[in-house]
Design a protein around this ligand. Sequence first.
Ligand code: MN
Length: 297
Amino acid sequence: MFREVGISPQALLGVDDMLDFVSSNPGLDYTLTLVDHNVPDLPTSHPSTPRLTGRVANILDHHVDEGLQVPDGGRRVVRVPCGSTCTIVHSEGLLSGGFHWDVVGMKMLGTTIKVDTGDLSTSMGKTTPSDVLSLQTIMKELGDEGDDMGGMYKRVVDAKFNVDFWRGLDITEVKDMDFKTFSNVGVASVLLGAGDVKVKGGELGVGDGDLLVFMCMKIVEGKPEREIILVEGLGGGGLGEKVREGLERDEELGLEEVEKYERWGGKARAYKQRNEKASRKILGPKINEIVKGIKED
Ligand SMILES: [Mn+2]
């Protein structure tokens, strides 16, 4: 969706990146607004957790209120049920003191409300009157400018759920659809089984990262199954190999090698991931830890 409106996903900051930035600038004061989940979505053992403690100033959410305190003067809007947090963001304003949404922001809010509620479907059981009101208001305010929201909604839904859409992409598009880097290791989340991630028309350009990870997800009889492909990059210094070995040993992930992709320069290996709950949110910090450990050795 960011690409659709001309914002490079590379320009986005993850919570970890942001916390790295503020920690490397001592004296910088910061507070956080939690939107869509009212407790920090990290395990207590996560290295970022202490850096979040006491920093949450505002909460805007549609999930059950877990009672995290916000300081005096902070905002707390937890509305349950509500189909989309973007409805709350739209109707309450993201920031205290007023915030002007430009056309791009309004389109993204509206499209996300559509995605979250199945285009205000009544059968999904998520749509509430306030979702309808917010989306109608956004459409009215956008006028002709909102004409492309229907197409944008369809493409976002395809990217989230439509395996045929993913099968039609070439390898570079598969890699870049949802891509994030951790310590020079690229991690692509893809809605394909490992066997469906194919290099069409030549080699996969791994680039000069140390390792490229495809986190594959496929639905088998209604249940998600995860697989992982590890491709050693051209970063040099053997770091990619060491990170691969670190991930192979990780008990939480539970990787079992299932197939070797000789085609990808003999460097790609595919694994079944026994823990289907371990998402990129879990894998990313693991990679950072492994790389840190290697560098300290
Ligand atoms: Mn939510």
